[in-house]
Design a protein around this ligand. Sequence first.
Ligand SMILES: [Mg+2]
Length: 123
Amino acid sequence: MEVKTILFVEDSPTMRRIIANSLKRLGYTDIIEAENGVDALDKIEGKTIDLLVTDWNMPEMNGADLVKNIRAMPEYETLPIVMITTRGMKDDVIKAMKLGVNGYVIKPFTPEVLRTKLEAILK
Ligand SMILES: [Mg+2]
């Protein structure tokens, strides 16, 4: 599927810069950046996104709650969602999948891992 606009959510400014740069290098240039779930929902108001890339641990609203909110919206029932997180326990991965996350990337990761994951989800 074709991805035009990405919603990318990450609370750490450093990680946000690194991951946004990786996404841009992979050819995704239309990126809405947000620093937590509340900020993300606010920023997509009136817009359409084609992919969500989100951290899990964040203040205000974490990634799991953001995914719940997004999946509850009829237009985003099948939106591709990738979670990028330090939470690498098997239970975390299972929980994320149950919430409707399509891909799971554990930090630290290489741009190659991110590319492979995105390709698998978007084909
Ligand atoms: Mg975080």
